[in-house]
Design a protein around this ligand. Structure first.
Ligand SMILES: Cc1cc2nc3c(=O)[nH]c(=O)nc-3n(C[C@H](O)[C@H](O)[C@H](O)COP(=O)(O)O)c2cc1C
Length: 328
């Protein structure tokens, strides 16, 4: 097994879980760690929200032992707010502090944050310097290929981030304009890797062990990060971990999928901030993802989206399994 170091943090060189707002919450991160994700990142947290003691702060910033090694990810456009936000994050003891400079969502970019910072490398550098000045842990930056087809600057941007003191960068090979359409460009990740000497985390469209190995070999990146391919599929991390650990991987049966779906829902329900109504509402999309691609999944979608209680989820799993057995 190989390891990489981001500052003083040692990570297994397998695959990390990408930050995903409204998806990769604490329950999701714990689950993916249990399945072998080597590193997790929080949902994006507003630096201004932190400074104004937003009521969601504790929920977003709490780092439990089961999620470590874990980064807290902050966003904002103002170096001073980012510094104060970083200081507040320190009281939650993350392993790494990550700065979001890749989010393409209008609400974020219209405030000159997220990927809008790729258009203003000077400001982005000031933010990294400000956060570094206060952070007790390594500081990383996550960004995209560039703003648009006409403004592809990930390589220069990575160099500026390195000079400003970033301890690693994560690159998603799409521009802001692409949002999530088209495909992620591995060439840009390769070019960034050649340009900087800090670790580079490659991200975008990795959806299997083989595409993970391609990302490593084609780009030379230090670590691979996986987002959407883990929907209803924490197994992807186990497969990658087994490969690097020379272990034997057995793909999950449909029974196993349903067992893990229920375990995932239990984890959501066990989070102290979420009452049953909220937890079950959030569990619905996950339930449907665990069925995706299996026989009859489309017909079960409506049932997933009307789950109200854990008993509903148990009945759903039983009926789905019955259908699979009748079909086989
Ligand atoms: C629902 C969703 C929420 C996301 N939230 C964040 C976020 O909070 N912070 C961030 O840096 N990236 C966020 N991303 C981007 C992912 O971290 C990742 O860069 C992107 O999905 C590409 O990787 P993938 O092809 O493996 O999914 C989000 C993506 C999705 C689909």
């Amino acid at each position: 097994m190989e390891y990489i170091s981001i500052g003083n943090v040692k990570l297994k060189k397998t695959a990390a879980l990408a930050p995903m707002a409204s998806v990769a919450d604490r329950a999701y991160r714990i689950l993916c760690r249990e399945f072998g994700a080597c590193y997790t990142v929080s949902e994006l947290i507003s630096s201004k929200g932190l400074c104004y003691s937003d009521k969601k702060t504790a929920e977003l910033c709490t780092v439990t032992e089961k999620e470590r090694p874990m980064a807290l990810q902050i966003f904002g456009d103002d170096p001073e707010f980012m510094k104060r936000g970083a200081e507040i994050c320190m009281s939650y003891h993350p392993d790494i502090l990550d700065i979001n400079m890749g989010c393409p969502v209008p609400k974020v970019v219209n405030n000159n944050s997220g990927s809008a910072l790729m258009k203003d490398p000077d400001r982005a550098a000031k933010i990294v310097e400000a956060v570094k000045s206060i952070s007790e842990v390594p500081v990383t930056v996550k960004f995209r290929k560039g703003w648009s087809r006409d403004m592809v600057n990930a390589v220069e941007f990575a160099e500026v981030m390195e000079q400003a003191g970033a301890d690693a960068v994560t690159v998603h090979g799409r521009t802001k304009d692409q949002m999530y359409s088209g495909s992620s460009d591995m060439d840009i990740i390769k070019q960034v890797k050649q340009a900087v000497s800090i670790p580079v985390i490659g991200n975008g469209d990795v959806d299997s062990l083989s595409s993970c190995l391609d990302m490593y070999s084609y780009t030379g990146c230090d670590l691979v990060m996986i987002g959407r391919a883990s929907y209803g599929n924490p197994f992807i991390f186990r497969e990658i971990d087994c490969y690097f650990d020379n272990g034997e991987y057995t793909p999950p049966t449909v029974e196993k999928r349903m067992e893990i779906m229920l375990y995932h829902i239990e984890l959501i329900l066990s989070q102290p901030e979420k009452d049953e109504t909220r937890a079950m509402r959030e569990a619905r999309k996950h339930a449907s993802w665990y069925m995706k691609g299996l026989y009859g999944a489309a017909a079960f979608r409506n049932r997933c989206y009307s789950l109200e209680t854990f008993d509903d989820a148990k009945r759903l799993a039983e009926d789905f399994l019955k259908l699979q057995h009748e079909h086989s």
